[in-house]
Design a protein around this ligand. Structure first.
Ligand SMILES: [Zn+2]
Length: 315
């Protein structure tokens, strides 16, 4: 046990919490730095998000109205990722699996090559401090767009991305629509992840994991609705990359003390603690640990165990 981290939680010593090595395995590049950094860049304050939003739809309303108008040029979206790396390093994150949406290629005259150039330059510059593992982000709605699906398939051949993730409204496409893409990513040795069960539906979590042969699930908190699904995830060592503040602010969970991550953990499922979209949810990984401790969800020793386990592949 790392008693420093345990002591830091008990003493509410944020600098000491930050100094302990941590991972962030669930972070979307587009909103990956805190709002303050974007405000500094645009030279004015921006309206913060409401404390409660109505799911992904509510989040999209806020993002469209307040954030997106400032995120329309390549220089700014590159600034966001670079600032996010600084934020993560400052927070003691040593492994960052950051999801780069396939639509990002549209910001570059040379498409995917431009994405690669920027990501590889950042990896090289920050390598001593942080292991940036680029993840290919697939929004579910592109299943209906053959051009973007083809681009995603090409992206798998670049040797740049170490994992793949699927996200956005679950009803926008069934996992069958991306089965071929996931089979290709799996054959390339990539880690396979998808958002599922963020807002209910335990059965769909298991179905998606089986169909796409997922290694890990982003959120997956609805597994708590089914003892069978929880047992199955635990038996198959499927890790859930949970983002507590995101779940509370998007009203998947009423308040932090009631977060089902406790139940998932008690059922033997490997869990990690992550940020999701720091520009919207305004929490670092250290903050998320601190919040869970203060809300009484886990003991300091349990959180230290979760932190240490997250630094290694699932056993
Ligand atoms: Zn997410």
């Amino acid at each position: 046990m790392n008693s420093d981290f345990v002591n830091a939680l008990s003493a509410d010593d944020l600098p000491a919490l930050k100094s302990a090595p941590k991972v962030d395995l669930h972070c979307h590049a587009f909103f990956s730095t805190c709002l303050r950094n974007l405000e500094k860049r645009v030279g004015r304050t921006l309206e913060p998000p409401p404390a409660k939003m109505d799911g992904l739809g509510g989040m999209h309303v806020y993002a469209t109205d307040v954030l997106d108008p400032h995120l329309r040029d390549r220089e700014t979206i590159e600034f966001v990722v670079e600032s996010a790396l600084s934020d993560a390093i400052e927070d003691g994150v040593v492994v960052l699996e950051m999801s780069f949406d396939i639509r990002r290629a549209a910001y570059y005259a040379d498409g995917l090559a431009g994405v690669r150039r920027h990501v590889e330059a950042l990896r090289a510059r920050y390598r001593p401090q942080i292991d940036l593992r680029p993840e290919l982000g697939i929004p579910r709605q592109i299943a209906a767009c053959p051009e973007l699906m083809s681009l995603a398939s090409q992206a798998l051949e670049m040797g740049l991305f170490t994992s793949i993730d699927l996200y956005d409204h679950q009803h926008a496409c069934a996992p069958e629509a991306v089965e071929t893409l996931y089979a290709k990513a799996g054959a390339a040795g990539m880690k396979l992840k998808a958002h599922v069960g963020e807002f209910g539906g335990a059965a769909e979590i298991r179905r998606t994991v089986e169909l796409l042969e997922l290694d890990e699930v982003q959120h997956g908190i609805a597994a708590c609705e089914s003892v069978e699904v929880m047992r199955w995830l635990a038996a198959n060592r499927i890790r859930l990359n949970v983002c507590p503040t995101s779940n509370v602010m998007l009203d998947a969970v009423s308040h932090l003390a009631a977060h089902p991550v406790r139940l998932l953990y008690d059922n033997g499922i490997p869990v990690t603690i992550n940020t999701d979209d720091p520009m919207i949810f305004d929490q670092s990984v250290s903050n998320e640990y601190r919040n869970l401790y203060r809300a009484g969800v886990f003991s300091a020793a349990e959180l230290d165990g979760i932190r240490r386990a997250s630094l290694a592949p699932v056993a």
